[in-house]
Design a protein around this ligand. Sequence first.
Ligand SMILES: C[S@@+](CC[C@H](N)C(=O)[O-])C[C@H]1O[C@@H](n2cnc3c(N)ncnc32)[C@H](O)[C@@H]1O
Length: 271
Amino acid sequence: MNDHECVEFLQWALPRLGMRWPGFRKVRRQVCKRVGRRMAQIEIDSIGAYRSHLESHAEEWAMLDACCRITISRFYRDRGVFEFVCDDVLPMLATAAGQRDEPTLRVLSIGAASGEEPYTAAILWRCTVAHGFPDVALDIVATDCDATMLGRADEGVYAWGSVKELPPQWRERAFEVVGQRFVLKAEFRSGVRFELADIREAALTGVFDLILCRNLIFTYFDEALQRELLARLIEHMRPGAALVIGLHERLPSFDDGLETWSERHRIYRKV
Ligand SMILES: C[S@@+](CC[C@H](N)C(=O)[O-])C[C@H]1O[C@@H](n2cnc3c(N)ncnc32)[C@H](O)[C@@H]1O
């Protein structure tokens, strides 16, 4: 499939999956390579024939949906954002949590990939903020719809490329180096639970103090789905809770119960 066919196919297919083409512009080759592999697997040799196949086989859309999953992540991705979370957001949320009967800071990481984002939150907490809040426990729920990614998250073993952006003193404290691999120590894994869930369908339980929702909903999903999911996230945020989205993302609207905490870092607060 050439680039023109790939673009045309994605522009036709993505809206039918509740996704938006602009989010896929840069990663289209990766997606179309997977689509090509899927076509070979079911012995279809033209993109036109695959389109017809999708139109007559409803179950094939789930296979295409899986081809559209972009799973890139890294520890401490977008350093400035995590510095702000560490210096401003977590201390404020921990102070509020400490005043409650059950002093637990609940974090939800959506589209957690192989654990890089929720484990970054756990590392920040344990290496810095936790000292000032000895009575506050951190409870992180991390979800993703890709079982392979969650299997890797459970293992907690990473290559240099995944951990290289972490400040060295935290990296040394949080990981054991085994050969070329970085193995996350048990103390940084405790309190982080992984759940297989598709955010489009999953029921969220309880309320959260911090929701990390970066480089998924507001990049790849269409605006109607973004609005629906944003409303659902806000319902599950405690007043004062923070929502962190990706640096290159925008919320579909501002007037639904959120105020800006840091526009530069794309961090919002429930009013
Ligand atoms: C680009 S990665 C972002 C990882 C991390 N949040 C970050 O910003 O570094 C997107 C992740 O979302 C997951 N994902 C894609 N569609 C999803 C869905 N419908 N529900 C839950 N997770 C999904 C993918 O499997 C992938 O791991």
